[in-house]
Design a protein around this ligand. Structure first.
Ligand code: SF4
Ligand code: SF4
Length: 287
């Protein structure tokens, strides 16, 4: 029958339209944009449509949300190479990037002039990037990932959106915060956070590697590397005021416990999501 498809489509639209009011009544008095409600509205039980008053209200991004690429560097507490960039300047990502918006210059040894596996410069033109994620998929060193940060509006059309290495670099700890649930499953499977090739190379060189079987939300414990002992600095009698200043401030201690609570909440959320996913898979992928 002619027009059947149109009627079906209209039926779906009206169903969502009315479901929005049903959902509003259900949450009357509460903010639909709060993070827990947002998680519900993004889940399989979600009904209807809703808007938020951006930028006053912001909703959490779903874990699978991906926007612009960024480069991973070691955390500041890394024992041997804090802040070291993971990129080896292999040149694969600029080759696979469909709109060709990545530009890399490899470092070279200042004496021998031989290439060093590290970028000297790394630029991405974010106005051209189409957020496809190919660079991340093809990087053999897991050195480039897709970010959640979508607030990149700027009045400048020439420079601000050409990100250099400094602007692109973010610590590994940041990636762990935004990584999808399946990322830690994969990390546990392959026996550590680092790329399998890096683990192999380290093992070959007799260097310690990240602990196999570690959990994604475990605090990152970098392998212990013995450092030569440094002579202790001469003890200076510090004034009483300075000693107090060195002690952790109560606000800082609170921030740490807040961070722990947040991490535990994220872990619980991930585990719940995983359990849900497995249940769906067992039900034959429905839902
Ligand atoms: S996300 Fe796609 S378009 Fe953007 S830099 Fe990576 S490969 Fe290029
Ligand atoms: S593919 Fe990875 S390692 Fe190679 S240049 Fe790109 S970010 Fe660096």
């Amino acid at each position: 029958m002619y027009g059947q498809g149109i009627l079906k489509g209209l039926g779906v639209t009206f169903k969502h339209f009315f479901a929005t009011y049903v959902e509003d009544i259900r949450h009357v008095g509460g903010k639909l944009s709060s993070n827990d409600k947002f998680a519900r509205r993004q889940g399989v039980d979600a009904m209807g449509l809703y808007t938020v008053q951006y930028p006053e209200e912001k909703i959490a991004t779903p874990e699978r949300f991906r926007f612009l690429p960024f480069l991973i560097v070691n955390d500041d507490d890394h024992p041997t190479a804090p802040g070291e960039i993971w990129c080896t300047s292999c040149g694969i990502c600029p080759k696979v990037c469909p709109p060709q918006c990545i530009w890399i210059l490899r470092s070279e040894d200042p004496v021998t002039k031989r290439p060093v596996p590290k970028p000297q410069s790394f630029f991405i033109d974010m106005d051209i990037c189409m957020n496809c994620g190919y660079c991340m998929e093809f990087c053999p060193f897991d050195a480039i990932k897709m970010d959640h940060d979508y607030e990149q509006a700027s009045s400048d059309r020439t420079q601000n959106h050409i990100f250099n290495m400094e602007k692109l670099s973010k610590p590994f700890a940041y990636w762990r915060q935004i990584a999808p649930t399946t990322a830690w499953e994969e990390a546990v499977e392959r026996g550590g956070w680092e790329h399998i090739d890096v683990v192999k190379e380290k093992k070959k060189a007799g260097q310690p590697v990240a602990q196999p079987g570690a959990k994604w939300d475990d605090p990152y414990v970098p392998p212990i590397v013995e450092k030569p002992e440094e002579p202790a600095p001469a003890a200076e009698a510090a004034p009483a005021g300075e000693a107090i200043a060195d002690a952790p401030a109560p606000a800082a201690a609170e921030a740490v416990s807040d961070a722990d609570a947040e991490r535990a909440a994220r872990k619980a959320k991930r585990e719940a999501a995983l359990a849900k996913k497995h249940a769906r898979e067992q039900d034959g992928g429905e839902g």
